[in-house]
Design a protein around this ligand. Sequence first.
Ligand code: NAD
Ligand code: TDX
Length: 334
Amino acid sequence: MRLLVTGGAGFIGANFVHQSVTSRPDVHVTVLDKLTYAGNRASLDQVADRIEFVHGDIADTALVDRLVGGVDAVVHFAAESHNDNSLADPWPFVQTNIVGTYSLLQAVRRHQVRYHHISTDEVYGDLELDDPKAFDESTPYNPSSPYSASKASSDMLVRAWVRSFGVRATISNCSNNYGPRQHVEKFIPRQITNLIDGIRPRLYGTGHQVRDWIHVDDHNSAVWEILERGRIGQTYLIGADGERDNKSVVEMILEAFGRAPDDFDHVTDRPGHDLRYAIDSSLLRTELGWEPRYRDFRTGLEATIDWYRENESWWRPRKAATESAYAAAGEKVL
Ligand code: NAD
Ligand code: TDX
């Protein structure tokens, strides 16, 4: 199988490429990535001689048409992915997440190529802390941030291209990922690298917000199941029953560093901050038989901490600029 992976130099895409080339020798991967601030060629160093890398933009219709014409399937990870950035400047989110997806959809339509669209649980908005229900495939869309609204828009384009043009597409909406190679702007890597640097972890607002954590390798194994056996036109939610509040996650990271559980700062809250996400992944599990491998969050988190300790050269060049951007956006210790 010849596969085009967009955003393959980003966090989830790079881990997907690693998983694909190591466990599926029959797959030939071409990565298309713009190498924005979030993309990192070094994330693909270990597999560089087994893939083709194309430096380019998913909104470049001529380039995308040429690349899509040479593959059997597209897995579309590329996006502007950080909520805080979407509050500071929404435009790249509209351009890449909506216009970029449009460009890919037109190409897969023209070449009749199988397409899998990577999306997020954030399209469903948020839940109350005591709501007994979790998001499932029938939950109405209700995005809160420019990021989640742009992802919701892209999902709607995919649905329309399936129905109107017969594009062979599937969609997955996954919960919060953790694991190696995640940018230091994101919650877990930010706190780990802060602690390595002797900075106290930074919790937005109360820290009572809940995220449903899944290891990136479990997300990617689900993507493969859907790509190979998913029903065309179907949306699948991906989650691993990993609900935890942010404060507990910070406490667990502090414990792994041998620090006191209250050795963190509360900082300015995110405007419009979603309270809770929770995923019901029954459809994926019953229909496709998928199960997560990382069932113990603490073990996965400790392995992730080890990865950041052992790969400082990977994240160090991005750390100072990331912290400066948070400071410039007005983040203050409360
Ligand atoms: P990331 O920010 O780490 O990586 C995004 C990648 O896309 C980068 O390599 C970047 O260079 C590339 N890119 C950005 N704009 C591009 C463009 N115009 N053309 C080509 N490449 C471009 O993101 P991530 O966390 O790996 O997320 C990947 C996908 O998974 C996104 O679609 C995101 O919405 C989705 N998702 C993420 C999570 C999560 O917890 N991180 C959860 C659910 C879904
Ligand atoms: O320093 C921080 N302190 C803090 O308390 C940061 C960076 C975040 N937070 C909070 C905000 C969220 O409640 O931690 C939680 C997780 O924050 P992020 O890592 O920014 O993730 P989130 O906004 O939940 O979105 C993530 O999951 C869904 C990804 O970034 C998205 O791409 C994905 O769609």
